[in-house]
Design a binder for this molecule. Sequence first.
Ligand code: MC0
Length: 143
Amino acid sequence: MDSVFQRIDHVGIACHNLEEKIEFYESTFGLVVVSREVNEEQGVREAMLHVADGDGGASYIQLLEPLHPDTAVGKYLSKRGEGVHHIGYGVADVAKAMADIAAKGVRLIDERPRHGSMGASIAFLHPKDVGGVLTELVETPRH
Ligand code: MC0
């Protein structure tokens, strides 16, 4: 079976204060912010910090601050505190990956692809069906 995942696109990290966390990642690890967005649908203010370039595309750290307490990241922070929120895997075709993964019995959170960071099409898989890991499929606009 061919791998559905082409690479790790990003690791999403939940934080209370985006600006403070950006400053930490810049000054401690020398990472550079390449994109900042507010995604109302996902309830986040986020920044992408470039880590590396690979054959299939780049990889990033994604810092996430909730827009409100009653959002996915807001609820996560209140229950678990700051830390790794999800892993985003690069896929060639998000709609096909969703169908293939659903056919294996893994619950999709999204019925259709949604708008993600830097123009990507994204979809989430339920963490309860992936060993407690919130998993995101990411199709970048380059494909
Ligand atoms: C919740 N749970 C998690 C989790 N969030 N487990 C692992 N990782 C996470 N991030 C667990 C809880 O601990 C709980 O387990 C159970 O799931 C239900 O959680 P809940 O607090 O009651 O919350 P729900 O059920 O209302 O929502 C959880 C769910 C939600 C994963 C469905 O957060 C969701 O739809 N997430 C996908 C969208 C998202 O996260 N957007 C923000 C990033 P127990 O055992 O206590 O029952 S947006 C993004 O990243 C975009 C901008 C991008 O990448 O481009």
